[in-house]
Design a protein around this ligand. Sequence first.
Ligand code: NAP
Length: 273
Amino acid sequence: MNKINGKTKLIGFFGSTYKSSKMYKLYNTAFEALDLNYCYVPCAVDDLEKAFSGVLHLGFRAIGVSFPYKESIIPYLDELEPEAAAIGAVNVVTHQNGKLIGGMTDGLGAVCALEEVVKIDGSTVVVLGAGGAAKAIAYELSKHHCSLKILNRTIEKARDFAQKIDAQSNGYDILPQVVQQADILINATSVGMYPDAGACLVDESLMSSKITVMDIIGKPHETELLKRAKRAGSKVIYADRMLLHQAIVKFKYYTGVDAPIAVMEKVMQDMRE
Ligand code: NAP
């Protein structure tokens, strides 16, 4: 356990999963590995405004933010980084010189996970979904030279965001054609998430060894989409790679130093077993 004393820098976590999330293990083990005097604490937030007053007055250095606060915290912040401003959601808040600054690491985490196994530049990428996570991923992908298609059940949501980042948008009626032509397919919807783990938007016959398939749903670890993709011979990327990479990015926000990646990878693996 990290040594706690009067100089310990506090990192909080605000999210409905504060009791069940194991991310405190990931960060606290990483702080200890680098002998950093930091402590990551899941917080029971009952009043967001008062909780933010606590962030300022108790000297928290940063806050990790998750559902349901990703959008509702924005009015309490002084500044937003470009990713957070474009998406309208925040998953990390840093406290710098009395100012609260919101950032968003989901997109970069997903892109880093993709880059481990596939080349993004020059590829055709299909993103399923137009919620917060899908937008964050599409925004980060739009910085690459790829052909980007966003498909969503509510077409207007996909269209509104796609216009901002120069992507194409559609409903699921054209899913079969676009998936067959894609190099990369990302499920960023909640379809297939526990307890509805049998649900899947994509037929197995549409996938092949030519496509890389990523699902950002973490529970179950292997979603129905990834099961189908594996049977079809596709490369697959699990949600915990995105989670790991965005935690690596957040670690730098929290401490200003590079994360001990091997240590964090080992903790993630232990958490899954
Ligand atoms: P969100 O903002 O609520 O968006 C949900 C998305 O799923 C929307 O595009 C929604 O479509 C779609 N959807 C929901 N039910 C559907 C259905 N029955 N049929 C078709 N589409 C449906 O949620 P989010 O924050 O983006 O999160 C989405 C998923 O990503 C969750 O499972 C979350 O746990 C996961 N996630 C993972 C990470 C990670 O690091 N691995 C990070 C963030 C989120 P409509 O717009 O039509 O409603």
